[in-house]
Write a protein of this length. Structure first.
Length: 393
């Protein structure tokens, strides 16, 4: 028996991606032609499998084997923290650029449904891997990629030039698209949005496809596949769960806990009630999504205590409304306090009951219609809008 340790490599990852269905046969030659390793910097923080957190730094110069194993694993690789303001070896607060999860890269390219000669716009160049895949598939002159961060863009440009392909790179705010090179047959965003920018629809051909991770502020996110109509609107279903970095200009600023308490100790003058819904039930990713479609301008955090008990805090962006729900092991009813102009737990519970009462639909049953004046989310088809899921422009 050989004692050689098998090196991680592109074919092992290809097999895993094919087995999961993410990498279809039409993308396999392109996958093989564009080595992920050429688009991954020396220092990365790999995502932890089954989680949304990042592991410890892997530095190619210190541990080349671990680096290669990370590159050819189905994991996202964080390459920048806190818009580049955080340096050093430790993880920062917010991951702000990465080489995305390979499963997601190829599943989204599958959703995009490109054909030879299609003109494609990508928002979020990052390391340039996806731009290189697209350029290899449809031709470099047909691909335009936009990156907001100039340092990230400069590195992508270097990676692409070393690889030997030159899609058009634009440094700027991807919300504006790139009008000078429009129209596009396909538009793909590799950062998530809470609002589909009107420029993307305006710069797509009629019948064009927009693939973008979309999620409400409250939580939950999925890839939406929109088809642009003649009337200047775009509509389509969600295809799969996702967890991308937010487009920089759409990241929310959350007021601090103290803002809400007005100098008083909990429960301040909150109104007391009780619920039989364990707060854990509202935490599932798709449940968060269904709630977030209905409960706007709200976010939550968990405060944990010894022994497993915890409080679910929900806050409104108004800086005034808050709700706390205390979960205790073994209890069937949980203490609720609500304060401010909104009754945030009542809103959350009603939204959860709506979703639960429809047999807990998955992401794929939801869809979005983005019109010139508003965006509406629906369940199964446009005739069934989700209650309250309308955002005016
Ligand atoms: C997940 S990474 C993209 C991964 C990339 N497609 C790849 O193949 O490596 C998301 C990128 O979106 C960029 N981004 C965020 N907001 C942006 C904006 N408004 N316009 C363009 N790019 C943006 C981030 O700087 C980041 O590099």
């Amino acid at each position: 028996m050989s004692t050689r340790v098998k090196e991680a490599g592109p074919e092992g990852l290809a097999s895993a991606l094919i087995a999961s269905g993410a990498l279809q046969s039409d993308w396999l030659p392109t996958y093989r032609a564009v080595p992920r390793a050429m688009f991954v910097p020396d220092r990365v923080w790999p995502g932890i499998p089954e989680g949304t957190q990042q592991g410890a730094l892997i530095d190619r110069r210190v541990d080349p084997r671990a680096w290669l194993a990370a590159v050819y694993s189905d994991r996202p690789l964080t390459t920048q923290w806190d818009n580049g303001e955080h340096q050093g070896d430790e993880v920062g607060t917010t991951p702000t650029s990465s080489n995305s999860l390979p499963t997601m890269v190829f599943a989204m390219l599958g959703d995009l449904d490109v054909e030879d000669g299609h003109r494609v716009l990508e928002i979020g160049t990052g390391t340039g891997w996806n731009a290189a895949l697209l350029a290899t598939r449809v031709g470099a002159t047909n691909v335009v990629s936009v990156e907001y961060d100039p340092d990230v863009a400069a590195e992508a440009r270097e990676n692409l030039s070393e690889f030997g392909i030159k899609p058009f790179l634009h440094v700027g705010d991807g919300r504006q698209g790139v009008a000078a090179h429009a129209p596009y047959d396909r538009i793909i965003a590799t950062c998530s949005v809470g609002e589909v920018p009107p420029a993307w629809i305006a710069q797509a051909v009629t019948g064009g496809v927009i693939v973008a991770p979309w999620g409400p502020l409250y939580g939950g996110e999925a890839v939406v596949r929109l088809i642009v109509g003649e009337d200047g609107s775009a509509r389509g279903r969600f295809t799969r769960s996702s967890a991308f970095m937010r487009l920089r200009q759409q990241r929310a600023e959350f007021p601090a806990h103290e803002t809400y308490m007005g100098g008083q100790a909990w429960p301040a003058d909150g109104v007391r009630s009780a619920t039989t819904i364990p707060p854990t039930d509202v935490g599932e990713w798709v449940a968060q999504f269904a709630i977030g479609l209905q409960v706007h301008d709200a976010f939550w955090t968990i405060e944990r205590y010894d022994g497993g008990a915890y409080t679910l805090w929900t806050y409104g962006l108004d800086g005034k409304s808050w709700a706390s729900v205390d979960w205790e092991p073994g209890e069937a009813e949980f203490l609720v306090y609500q304060h401010g102009p909104r009754r945030l737990w009542d809103e959350t519970e009603a939204a959860y009951r709506w979703w639960n009462g429809r047999s807990r639909p998955g992401f794929e049953r939801f869809g979005l219609t983005v019109g010139p004046r508003s965006t509406v989310a629906w369940l199964d088809d446009e005739s069934c809008p989700v209650p309250g899921a309308e955002w005016l422009r």
